[in-house]
Design a protein around this ligand. Structure first.
Ligand code: URQ
Ligand code: ZN
Ligand code: ZN
Length: 480
């Protein structure tokens, strides 16, 4: 029986911060209160002057992803281990079937890959094509496998992009099943045309990447997905919102009472598009991800979205490619594998840029790095809360600790760090995962295969209540 007593800290949940000790036993939190005592053999952690928070939940990672002709550098072990070193204790990754691939086969394939995970994990399943079989298999995934969210890539034409027919059918099916549809909101047809146009202008380098994906390309898709969801009366979650235009689309819809939720990447909160004009190809290419980092001013709007509650979660879209892989696009930026890292750095970057600047309170930090994701994907309070009965996934946070982020010291297998050289104040001193100390003062003790697959139940068992708007607004036909 493993028990840990975390003494002398300030517990921070999304609703409040308070002085309390935390006792864990066999992977669960068993007591939260002042002056706790512990059974013999308990490991004690001195959390004096530190915060005790729910472990981070990253709702957007791609470990071991086959993409654009290669596979990401981090697999499910190295990626989740890196997360643990940064206080992240759960990831929600993605099953991304090829078009025409049976989605249950794809799900089982990804489940096999993820067995090596060092921390708990779950999956969104991407719907990249449509058929009656896909429709049926979505039901199996929800009812038998604990999937409650389906992803839709509106970009990546000729690869995993889905058209409106798939969006409409899959959103409607999600409603029937009580599942959350999510979208990568970029108009893939516009991207395809703009990539060719920019290349014809003779721009082949990474500086062409943001030119082919201007904010309105994201805003069009965000507005379209939100409109489809509105007509179908289904909630919707927009991943990696990167620009004012898309964030405003969400805020407008929410002001009208629509259930729209937005996710922001740590990278989009602190970086801007100047990275694409770096003279070194490898440095500029290392920042190629979609949607791209945006001109200054967009980040501040995203921070305000988090402050106002119009944006809800933070993530990383951890999808690491090394310099040799990025060099595939040496002469054609559209061939640079899209993706950046961040799963280890997210919490420290958001604490430093968010809490230390006064943008976020510690409780708001917990909300946007853990609790809101747990609530939106229906694993709260098992995850995302320091409370009795919750999983013992915790991070002991030293607000005075400092660290300079660098590829030289990161645990990711990537060879670049988009936060390179950034010195942060506020870092994890201890990470507890499933009631075990897995990170202690810089010493990572991640165990391959220790992570568990986390099932996420459907949001509503009253499917009959999940009706299309047409049913609710015009219940009877006019007799003529
Ligand atoms: O689009 C995504 O979320 C995946 C393919 C990661 N790459 C990226 O550029 N965001
Ligand atoms: Zn995406
Ligand atoms: Zn992604």
């Amino acid at each position: 029986m493993t028990s840990i007593l975390i003494k002398g800290g300030t517990v921070v949940n999304a609703d409040r911060a308070f002085r309390a000790d935390v006792l864990t036993q066999d992977g669960k939190i068993v007591a939260v209160g002042e002056n706790l005592t512990a059974p013999a053999g308990t490991t004690t952690v001195d959390a004096g002057g530190q915060y005790v928070m729910p472990g981070g939940i990253d709702p957007h990672t791609h470990m071991q992803l086959p993409f654009m002709g290669t596979t990401t550098m981090d697999d499910f072990y190295t990626g989740t281990a890196a997360g643990l070193a940064g206080g992240n204790t759960t990831i929600i990754d993605f099953v991304i079937p090829d078009p025409q691939e049976n989605i249950l086969d794809a799900y089982r394939k990804w489940r096999g890959w993820a067995e090596k995970s060092a921390s708990d994990y779950s999956f969104h399943v991407a719907i990249t094509w449509w058929s009656e079989q896909v429709r049926q298999d979505m039901g199996t995934l929800v009812k038998e496998e604990g999937i409650n969210s389906f992803k839709h890539f509106m970009a990546y034409k000729n690869a995993i992009m889905c058209d409106d027919e798939t969006l409409v059918n899959s959103f409607k099916r999600s409603l029937e099943l009580g599942a959350m549809p999510t979208v990568h909101a970029e108009n893939g047809e516009l991207v395809y045309l703009l990539q060719k146009t920019v290349a014809e202008m003779g721009i082949k380098g990474p500086e062409g990447h943001p030119l082919s994906r201007p904010p309105m390309v994201e805003a069009e898709a965000a507005n379209r997905a939100i409109a489809i969801a509105d007509v179908l009366n289904v909630p919707i979650y927009v991943v990696h919102v990167s620009c004012v235009e898309a964030a405003e689309a969400i805020a407008r819809a929410r002001a009208r009472g629509q259930r729209v939720y937005g996710e922001v990447l740590a990278g989009h909160l602190v970086l801007d598009d100047s990275v694409y004009r770096h003279p070194d190809f490898a440095t500029a290419a290392a920042h190629v991800m979609s949607p791209p980092f945006r001109p200054k001013g967009n980040s501040e709007f995203l921070w305000r979205g988090l402050q106002s509650g119009n944006l809800h979660t933070t993530a990383t879209d951890h999808c690491t490619f090394c310099a040799a892989q990025k060099a595939a696009g040496k002469d054609d930026f559209s061939k640079i594998p899209n993706g950046c890292g961040g799963v280890e750095e997210r919490l420290a970057v958001i604490w430093d840029e968010g809490v230390n600047t006064g943008r976020l309170t510690p409780s708001e930090f917990v909300a946007v790095t853990s609790a809101n994701t747990a609530k939106l994907f229906n694993i709260y309070p098992q995850k995302g809360s320091v409370s009795v009965g919750a999983d013992a996934d915790l991070v002991v946070w030293d607000p005075a600790g400092t660290k300079t982020l660098s590829a030289k010291t990161q645990h990711s297998k990537g060879d670049f760090n988009i936060f390179e050289g950034r010195t942060v104040k506020g870092i994890p001193s201890h990470t507890v995962s499933q009631g075990e100390l897995v990170f202690v003062q810089g010493d990572l003790r991640a165990v391959k295969g220790k992570g568990r697959y986390i099932k996420r139940p459907a949001f509503s068992d009253n499917f009959a209540a999940n009706k299309l708007r047409a049913d609710t607004l015009a219940p009877t036909a006019v007799k003529r």
